[in-house]
Structures are given as C-alpha cells and as structure tokens.
Design a protein around this ligand. Structure first.
Ligand code: CA
Length: 358
C-alpha cells in the first residue's frame, strides 16, 4: 500500500475530525429518552391525574411506555375516555393506553365526581381522541412490558392499586423484574375519606395490601406530603401566562381545583398524583424513611388505613398459662419508603415550569 502524500493525510485528518465532531453534536442533540426512566402510568383520571400525566409527558427524565386505566375517581369507562383524550391532546398516540380492571377486587367502586367534576376532568370537554385504545388488558400489558424490559420499568400507580395487584397475582415473577414502584396513596397521619383512610387505598384495600407486601422497592407518596404541596393561585397565574393545548388545559384544571379548595378554606389544591410523578423525576424532593407498612383490611374504623411500623420491631408475646408474657422483640423488615417531608416550593416550581414548557 502506498504511503499517502502530506496533503491527502491533512484532508484525511480534517475529515476524521469533522466526522467525530458531527457525531458528538448529534449525540448531544438526541433527547435523553433512551437514558430516561421507563414508567408505566396507572391512573384513574381524575383532575390531579391529568396534572400528573402532563407533568410526566413534559419531563425528559421520564419515558412513559404505557398508560393503564383503573376505576377510582371515575368509572373504568370514563377513565379510559379521559386518558385517551389527554394522550391525544398531547399528540402522543404512540403511547399505548389500555383498559384494566372494571371494579375493585372485593368491593363496590366509590367514584369521586364530587371532587373531580362530572366527567372527572373538571368538566372540561377535551376534543375526541385521535388515538385508539390498545386492546390488551392493562394488567397483562404491565406483565408483558416488565418481561420485555427487565429491571427497567418503574410503575407509577396514582389510583386504586387494583391493576397492579391483578398483575402480581397473575404473574408474581414480575416482582423482582420491576425496577421500582412509586405509588400515590396512603397516609400515616390520618385519612381524607374518613379519620383513617386515604381514597386510593380505601377504594381497594385488598389490592393495596398485595402491592405493599409484594417485596419490590416501593415508595409511598401519601397524604402526608401531598397535603403540604399546595398549588396556589400564584402558581395558577403563572400557568396562565403561557399557552398551548396542554398548558391551557392544565391551567383550567388547576383553576377549577384552586377554586374548589377555596370553598373548603384551603389556600391551594394538594398535588397528590403530580407529586408521585415528581418523586419519579427527582427523589430528592422528598424525605422518605424506610418503614414496614401493612394495609388494614378488616377494622371497623380503619379499613384501608396504611399502618406503618416506624420502629422496625414488634414485641414477642408468648402464652404462659392464662396470660401472655413479653419475651423480647422481633425485627420487622421495612417494605416501603414512606414520604414524610417534601420540598414543596421546589416541586411546584418544577411542575409549573414543565407544564409551561420552560
Ligand atoms: Ca388518581
């Protein structure tokens, strides 16, 4: 092979450098989607579900692989329609939207149009969906996707836990293959349905107990932090300064919710479901110590309560004749990280800036 002359070598070096630069520029220009967190968003939409979904869609840290619908705030049928219309509004027909359970495992559904409006979306009529429903059954879709991307999928359920429980019951082998589960639900400081229970857990306590005991990394984003994260009219005004189909929709939803909260004496609307998405984006937004959590399924006053053991141990009581005697302490392993504190302003600013596309 002849030796290339000097000029040719210079050209060769120049082109090599140019190609390398072009490749580098191209690599930097590619959105970080491939490196972002793959999530399945399980939802009962729902006004705060709407805000959570739009936050997830506007956040490059997350890659929504599927939306599965569960009955809760509204019926399964209404929820599916709402999910399809929102995904269509976002021009994301590439994301599969699937129906799932039609009712809780062992009880009648309790819907919440009282809080979310007659259609579940603050009575806002979105245009009919251009997207078609995925014909797979929600829990089956979860199973299929977890097996297709082992250790990569984060489940973000923000409704009753029926679909997730059905997936685990049908195929427990998904449990070690799921990267993480971040749920909106529960409370360790009293409920919103009644004195003890939070709505998502109350709507299907048996399903919730299955999900909490499954044995996967689970973070509970409950009322404790949601109630500290109030979107006030100051933030809604910021949302009103920019426009676009998603921005305008969320502005209207937020406006509706802040007005509703004001009727009950609150200076803002709690961002329950959006905060679960926020934790998926950035876990440093919350402080979440490990605890063992059980879901009460039988109590007269406490059905649906998330009962948290903060100390990691229980007394060992042993029967001696006609009485029990404490003989020591048994360790209880944590099964959840329970959010107890939140950097609310940082989260709310993140939410507003993402919805505004900034
Ligand atoms: Ca929800």
């Amino acid at each position: 092979m002849s030796k290339p002359c000097g000029r040719f070598r210079v050209h060769q070096e120049f082109f090599r450098a140019a190609i390398l630069s072009a490749l580098l520029v191209a690599a930097l220009a590619i959105p970080a989607r491939s490196a972002s967190k793959k999530i399945i968003f399980d939802t009962d939409p729902g006004t705060d579900d709407a805000m959570a979904l739009m936050l997830a869609l506007n956040s490059p840290e997350l890659d929504i692989r599927a939306v599965t619908v569960v009955p809760g705030n509204v019926t399964a049928k209404q929820g599916l329609e709402n999910a399809l219309r929102m995904i269509s509004l976002a021009n994301r027909c590439d994301i599969p939207v699937a129906a799932g359970a039609q009712h809780p495992l062992f009880q009648k559904l309790i819907t919440a149009e009282f809080w979310h409006g007659k259609n579940g979306l603050a009575n806002i009529e979105l245009p009919p969906s251009k997207c078609k429903v995925d014909t797979r059954y929600g829990p089956d879709l979860i199973i299929e996707m977890v097996h297709a991307a082992p250790h990569e999928i984060t489940l973000v359920p923000v409704g009753p836990l029926t679909n997730i429980a059905l997936a685990v019951e049908k195929d427990p082998s998904i449990v070690p293959l799921v990267k993480e589960v971040i749920i909106m639900g529960g409370s360790i400081t009293g409920g919103n349905v009644n004195a003890s229970a939070e709505a998502n857990i109350y709507n299907d306590p048996e399903a919730a107990q299955i999900v909490f005991q499954a044995g996967w990394p689970l973070t509970m984003v409950g009322l404790d932090v949601g109630d500290k994260t109030l979107l006030s009219s100051k933030y809604v005004a910021q949302l009103g300064q920019t426009h676009g189909p998603m921005n305008d929709f969320i502005y209207q939803v937020a406006h509706y919710l802040v007005d509703l909260a004001a009727q009950f004496g609150f200076d803002g609307t709690p961002m329950y479901d959006p905060l679960a998405v926020g934790v998926a984006i950035d876990s440093t937004l919350v402080k979440a110590p490990p605890m063992h959590v059980d879901v009460e399924t039988r109590g007269d006053f406490t059905r649906g309560e998330t009962v948290a053991n903060r100390h990691g141990m229980v007394e060992r009581n042993v029967l001696h004749g006609d009485r029990y005697v404490i003989e020591g302490l048994d360790k209880v392993e944590p099964n959840a990280k329970v959010c107890v504190e939140v950097d609310a302003d940082r989260f709310l600013q993140l939410f507003v800036s993402r919805i505004r596309g900034k």
